[in-house]
Design a protein around this ligand. Sequence first.
Ligand code: PEP
Ligand code: CO
Length: 460
Amino acid sequence: MGPTGIQHHQEAAPRPWQPSSWRAHEASQLPTWPDPAVAAEVRSELSKLPPLVFAGEARRLTRGLAQVAEGRAFLLQAGDCAESFDDFSADGIRDKLRVILQMAVVLTYGAGVPVVKVGRIAGQFAKPRSSPTERVGNLEMPAFRGHIVNDDVPIPSARVPDPRRMLRAYHQSTSTLNLLRAFTKGGFADLSQVHSWNQQFVAASAEGRRYEAIAEEIDRAMRFMKACGVDLSTDSPIHQVDFFTSHEALLLDYEECLTRQDSLTGDWYDCSAHLLWVGERTHAIEGAHVEFVRGIGNPIAVKLGPSTQPDDVVQLCERLNPARVPGRLTLVSRMGIDKIRSALRPLVKAVADSGQPVAWVCDPMHGNTFASGSGRKTRHFDDVLGEIQGFFDVHRSIGTWPGGVHVELTGDDVTECLGGIGDIIEEQLPLRYTTTCDPRLNARQSIDLAFRVAELLRSS
Ligand code: PEP
Ligand code: CO
């Protein structure tokens, strides 16, 4: 209330913003670098290194996400929970890309909607943790915070944060992105290659054969178009794919150094990735992470867990997208199978009532993690699918658009999530459990999931 007793509804004029504004805000989940002088040196070096992405590319993704917000496209955001310094190879990147391309083909062909493709890749190195420490045997040690901060080896000395890791993360991101650009623009992602994306261990399975059938139909459609005289040789959407990168904007020291002013518009962009998101643990409205992403021109996303209140979300929308630009803001719910319906409905209603244009996306992974008997973190395929089903139901009943899915996956034949067509059981988890953080869907489970989501989309 003002001094006259009249309530002031008008928002104050937006505060000025700089890439370092977040430093005046309370920050959770950030490491304390043991030697501030080394951290300062690294920051200075990072600030001089070239951007990984360009502002124009980020704006192109915003336009794609505007289509998602308007119900005319679907977002597929997928990749590792945490990229690893140790498990880094061209084959690994290629295999992840091909699963994502396969899923996108299944969704596009199966549901007839354009798919915006965004990887959790080329920068997804920092991890928020529920607890600052971890117990291994009798030893209590600092938690692993992602390879950009410390090492996952369970030795206390390996867990000491090292700012030089930011440079390594930057360089690994550049070479990953370089390869992704080559793959997506240089022929690998050409639609005439749809068959070759089907890896052997997938092709032999039921969902692999189902994929093969679609690939065959696409071939036939292309032969038909050619026979009709359509010149496919110059038509670039057939031969090239727009593939964007994303990661959690968690380690703000790093993000600040990669934030550059666009020479065309004068606006600031975080050039470490096309899309940045704020996690469930760091979306406090006055916190450092929200303050940081408020000022960057990239499309941004916020993860929302089951304790999120409708007012919080509307406030986040106003703070992060005051100009109400479609595609600027994506909201990613991660409620868990038991809570998805009751927790998501009030949020979607509140945002719809506020008139804010957002893209709604479902992360069916992070609310469904549990410890298996052996203590390994896992997720069940049925819970993942069930949460997506609940997400679709909520949107269908309100009349809003279920705009996409955000999943953790790998192209490898891992045994990290239970169930699915291959029906992985608890006893099989140790066989190929290689994630550095959360359990991922393997290639077969991922393609199976894409078919199920395509069915949901078709019936929407
Ligand atoms: C993640 O995406 O890996 C993650 C930690 O998610 P959330 O912030 O939703 O828990
Ligand atoms: Co994760």
